[in-house]
Design a protein. Structure first.
Length: 355
């Protein structure tokens, strides 16, 4: 990978962060139209995920171009966790300070931003695990041995901690989702329960990505991993897509539409993650001739999000119930496009690792 290409790939997540933050702040300050409060804060918070994806991209790229140093090893994961902590803290402050007992926009915005912070924490863990990414292509060229950790791999205790982080964050997300679904007494709780469940599915998908990276770094990635982790992501993406479609088909109340469209968008994000998990599985000790086509998957999901957003924007002219969904889908499209840069980087770093 040459330096110019590396700069472009690092710039993509930053540009998408700018799109999310700029568009989100514009929506939040666009007036008193219903939904501006929730949509503005949620879209702005999606920029946190893009920034964490930048940290992952920078961590891997600097290893590929031979410029990774001790400062990078600490700086990028720390920045990711800091952004995640700020996002979680802001989300908690928004919903904890509301007085409507799960009835108002603060409740919805706060919980969704909180869930986005959980995803950011998972992505920051991907960046942390990727600090030894250079071992993956090196290990992939080696013959199958006794699966002893290679020199320079993570200590077993560090692997355990990193593997546990996305699991804990996913459990927290599922806990909030299930609690709100079980206590659905208002449109706000209904929306929070479904959308946070979709965010928890993304966290669950990122478990597969973190463990795929860790097990390849430790040279402990086997045939079971090759099908298990991509299968987990496919299951989460399919579940989110079907969940969203079911909500739209049922349409028993107008407030079914926002979580319905958002769940479809979150499912598309899961399939963008699949491109990373699947690529790692396909090229591990194998030569995959179509590896350079895998980055087309997040491009497709990004376009799907944006086309769906265009449709929902048009619908919002006569139906205010989809106002929030239209704007959130734009932010989800930005995340999918950010994931394109990560997948392209992975393809560049692993494409020569088959045997």
């Amino acid at each position: 990978m040459n330096y110019l290409v590396s700069v472009i790939f690092r710039a993509i997540p930053l540009a998408m962060m700018g799109v999310c933050v700029g568009f989100g702040l514009y929506v939040a300050n666009a007036g008193d139209q219903p939904g501006n409060f929730v949509a503005g804060r949620v879209v702005t918070a999606l920029g946190a995920i893009c920034l964490c994806l930048f940290c992952t991209a920078a961590t891997i790229i600097r290893q590929l171009i031979g410029r990774f140093n001790a400062v990078d090893r600490v700086l990028y994961p720390a920045l990711g966790y800091l952004v995640a902590a700020i996002t979680v803290g802001y989300g908690v402050s928004v919903f904890a300070g509301e007085s409507g007992a799960g009835q108002n926009d603060h409740y919805v915005a706060g919980h969704v931003v909180f869930g986005i912070g959980l995803i950011s924490g998972c992505v920051a863990t991907v960046a942390l695990a990727s600090t030894k990414f250079s071992l993956i292509p090196a290990n992939s060229r080696l013959p199958v041995g006794e699966r002893t950790p290679p020199a320079g791999a993570f200590p077993r205790s560090a692997v355990t901690v990193m593997a546990a982080i996305p699991v804990v964050l996913a459990v927290v997300g599922w806990g909030f989702a299930i609690t709100n679904l079980a206590m659905t007494t208002s449109p706000a709780r209904f929306t929070v329960g479904h959308v946070v469940a979709g965010l928890a599915m993304i966290c669950t998908s990122l478990i597969g990505l973190v463990l795929s990276i860790l097990r390849q770094i430790q040279d402990d990635y086997g045939p079971r991993d090759r099908s298990l982790w991509p299968g987990l992501v496919i299951a989460m993406g399919t579940l989110s897509l079907v969940w969203g479609v079911v909500l739209l088909v049922l349409d028993r109340e107008p407030y079914y539409r926002t979580p319905g469209f958002v769940m479809i968008g979150l499912g598309l994000v899961c399939f963008s993650i699949l491109s990373k998990v699947g690529l790692l599985a396909l090229v591990w000790r194998h030569t995959f001739a179509l590896a350079n086509r895998v980055p087309l998957l997040p491009i497709g999901t990004a376009l799907a999000c944006l086309f769906l957003a265009a449709f929902v924007f048009q619908a919002a002219l006569t139906d205010t119930n989809v106002f929030i969904a239209a704007r959130v889908l734009v932010g989800l499209g930005a995340i999918c496009f950010s994931l394109y840069s990560i997948v392209s980087i992975l393809e560049s770093g692993t494409s020569s690792s088959g045997s």
